[in-house]
Design a protein around this ligand. Structure first.
Ligand code: SAH
Length: 454
């Protein structure tokens, strides 16, 4: 280990920053956030420093650096672009046994400053010991993305509850169980994120009052159409906290790879040559596991509330009073449209979009005429085996036989394939692709020749 990570308490403590440029400004901001009694030695400074001085946040010393400025300081940072000055700060600080950071020159410094992810009071620091700062920064960005903003508030709440939890649960095992429940409580997280103080205190009291081995919850998560990059941050957090993930065929392997390693996975889709697990059995599974206190994620392709039977699965939980929540996903229509260069609306060609199931039994003639209107884009889900009906009904109800049509197979995945042609060719086109595919019909399809990028 080259460096020992420490978190220092600087509140009210004298710190000297030498330098007044942009880099110095970034360091000053951090020191001010930490509540340091900041002195800044620099002949010229950015306007922000003047602003801070006016606001009484720091003391500006607009002279050349002299080592005596270090007297009584706890920490020194040299952020000038003059190596000589930086060197003087370093030796002055060393002589006084003051920790000192020299920007961009870790070799001369007795402390280095890590990249930080600030969810105060929760703080995460990343450092490569000065060897690969860009790598540390990339890691920081990744962590920033996956750690929800409310984590800090959660840590602060835990701080407030610590004594009470100690008194309530003397057994360390139970205490840990309580904390695990608190930290993975989805609705509490939402209440904290939306600053709903009443909600936070109600849910906290509920946690204290219910038995620790209480029922779990079900989270319905949209996995998006395939490309794992299209999963939402919230969806990712959910699949990384799940005890059990119940999924089906439309969830891509790429997304499946992001599930927490120890989570149990239950496949409920259609297996080759077999039928799907009946809906009632899926509902039963969700109920059973949640009642055993598990955190169940029901992971569905696309968006769970768009042709996903998500609502039915939630309705089945109502009488058990198992808590549930929903994380939307990017639906196949959006994903396929974006990745095939077809805007679903366009000021000149389409003022509305209809997402239609091709599965519906015998739609009425009136329904077909509302579909066959101009200035509208149609996206058929599960429409392949109904292509003949879609083609003939739309034409019968007045849609131009030349209306452009595109079929997108395995949209957004590396196996995506797009075939297109006029509406009167739809049946032939449908024979060239396999499930899952969407059928997009409308003038906007023609824009693909210009906008195709994937
Ligand atoms: N809830 C899903 C839709 C489920 S219905 C969503 O919001 O996307 C299943 C149908 O969705 C498939 O028959 C197909 O029409 C469409 N679909 C799902 N994923 C797709 C993909 N990656 N590419 C093309 N079509 C897809």
């Amino acid at each position: 280990m080259d460096y020992l990570p420490l978190f220092c308490q600087l509140r009210g403590k004298a710190c000297l920053l030498v330098g007044g440029g942009e880099v110095a400004e970034r360091k000053a901001r951090l020191l001010l956030d930490a509540g340091a009694d900041l002195r800044v030695c620099a002949r010229t400074v950015t306007p922000q420093f003047l602003h801070w001085q006016h606001a009484g946040k720091l003391t500006l010393i607009q002279t050349a650096f002299v080592p005596a400025l270090l007297d009584n300081c706890w920490l020194a940072i040299a952020a000038t672009n003059d190596e000589n000055v930086n060197q003087q700060v370093s030796s002055g600080a060393n002589a006084r046994r003051i920790f000192c950071n020299i920007v961009d020159t870790p070799a001369q410094a007795s402390v280095i400053m890590p990249s930080i992810i600030d969810r105060s009071p929760l703080m995460i620091a990343v450092s490569s010991g000065g060897r690969a700062p860009v790598l540390a920064r990339l890691l920081r960005e990744k962590l920033e993305a996956i750690l929800p903003q409310h984590l800090g508030k959660l840590a602060a709440l835990a701080g407030l509850l610590r004594q009470r939890v100690k008194t309530c649960y003397t057994d360390p095992h139970l205490r840990r169980r309580f904390w695990e429940k608190l930290f993975s409580h989805d609705r509490l997280a939402q209440a904290l994120a939306s600053r709903d103080e009443v909600g936070v205190s109600q849910l906290t009291e509920q946690l204290f009052n219910e038995p620790l081995e209480h029922r779990g919850e079900v989270v319905l998560v949209g996995a998006g159409p395939g490309d794992a990059g299209l999963l939402t941050l919230k969806g990712l957090q959910q699949i990384q906290q799940a005890d059990i993930v119940v999924y089906d065929r439309l969830v891509s392997d790429e997304v499946m790879n992001l599930i927490r390693r120890d989570a149990e996975r239950l496949f409920v889709g259609k297996r080759a040559g077999h039928h799907c697990v009946p809906q009632e059995e899926i509902n039963q599974l969700l109920r059973q596991h949640a009642l055993r206190g598990k955190r169940v994620v029901r992971l569905k392709g696309g968006d769970p509330f768009i042709f996903g039977r998500g609502a039915e699965e939630l309705e089945a939980l109502l009488d058990t009073r198992i808590p549930f929540s929903v994380v939307p996903g990017i639906t196949a229509a959006s994903g396929c449209a974006a990745y095939s260069g077809i805007p679903l609306t366009h000021r000149d060609y389409a003022h509305s979009v209809r997402l239609v199931t091709g599965h519906e039994q015998h739609p009425t003639s009136q329904a077909w005429s509302t579909l066959a209107t101009e200035q509208q884009t149609l996206v058929f889900y599960m429409g392949l085996s109904h292509a003949a009906e879609i083609q003939s009904q739309l034409i019968t109800h007045g849609m131009s036989a030349d209306m452009p049509v595109a079929l997108v197979e395995n949209g957004t995945s590396p196996r995506q394939r797009v075939v297109s042609g006029p509406l009167h060719q739809l049946v032939n086109l449908a024979a060239q692709v396999t499930s899952p595919s969407v059928i997009i019909i409308g003038r906007v399809v023609a824009l693909r020749t210009k906008l195709q990028w994937f």
